[in-house]
Design a protein around this ligand. Structure first.
Ligand code: TMP
Length: 252
């Protein structure tokens, strides 16, 4: 096979030039990192699970009318996506306090918030993705006022969709992070959900037991990450078995 042009390599994914102009191939690696890559490991099977889980969530979002960059899954580790200009923000939505919010504000993890709280972090690894306000976003021109109205609306719609899907399989959506991109169609631009949606970018707790089914398992050394992600995939009907560590069997 001809060598593909690598466009970008991140901590968990690689982007290659796609087969048509305006497309990219998004490859899911097995690498896991936390705390801005201070902690890292290779977890066999994670990329396969996240590829499939992200496909599931992106297709679900599209089915309820929320645009995403996802076009189709190509194989176990790759998906075809629309190329877009990523707004340099990590958009975080929180339903329960956890992680950096609990630490920053001294709120016990698991405290339900009175309404979803949306936060923005400036995407810059060298700065550790700092929390920023809409004032910073406007002042530094990272996104326009109109973009930010659309970003907020998209983030809350994704939250409603994901919360419902997870609740239906006995999982609490504590919080999640999304990235949003601009696609240009003639003179118009529209915003789409980009990057990935997976247990790497969400906090997912079993409603009954509180068991963590997300990347906190890796961040906090709580056991097998692939067992946790496989459990999410199994409950969503994506995998046949909850006990897959190497080569998960895709059901559909
Ligand atoms: P935080 O509590 O550490 O700020 O994380 C909030 C949410 O964002 C959580 O679901 C994990 C996700 N997240 C990422 O996807 N990437 C990151 O780099 C970080 C720090 C968090």
């Amino acid at each position: 096979m001809a060598r593909r042009t690598k466009i970008y390599e991140g901590k968990a994914k690689i982007l290659y030039e796609g087969p048509e102009p305006g497309t990219l191939v998004q490859y899911f690696k097995d690498d896991a990192t936390a705390f801005n890559a201070e902690k890292r490991d290779v977890i066999e099977g994670k990329g396969v699970l996240n590829n499939r889980l992200s496909e599931f969530f992106m297709l679900g979002l599209q089915a309820v009318g929320i645009p995403t960059h996802f076009m189709k899954r190509l194989n176990m580790r790759e998906q075809l996506v629309r190329s877009c200009e990523i707004i340099p923000l990590e958009v975080i939505v929180r339903n329960y306090a956890a992680g950096s919010m609990s630490k920053r504000l001294g709120i016990e993890e698991g405290t339900q918030l009175s309404r979803p709280v949306v936060e923005y972090c400036y995407k810059d690894d060298s700065l550790g993705d700092p929390l920023v306000s809409e004032e910073h976003i406007a002042a530094f021109g990272w996104a326009s006022q109109q973009d930010m109205e659309d970003v907020l609306s998209l983030a809350l719609r994704v939250n409603d969709y994901l919360s419902g899907v997870m609740y239906a399989v006995g999982i609490r959506l504590v919080d999640f992070k999304i990235e949003i991109g601009r696609v240009y169609e003639g003179d118009f631009q529209r915003l789409v959900i980009a990057d990935e949606i997976s247990p790497d970018s969400c906090r997912l707790w079993d409603i009954e037991t509180g068991r963590k089914l997300d990347k906190d398992v890796f961040r906090r050394d709580l056991g097998s990450l692939t067992d946790a992600y496989s459990e999410v995939a199994r409950r969503l009907g994506i995998l046949q078995s909850s006990n897959i560590t190497t080569a998960p069997t895709v059901v559909k």
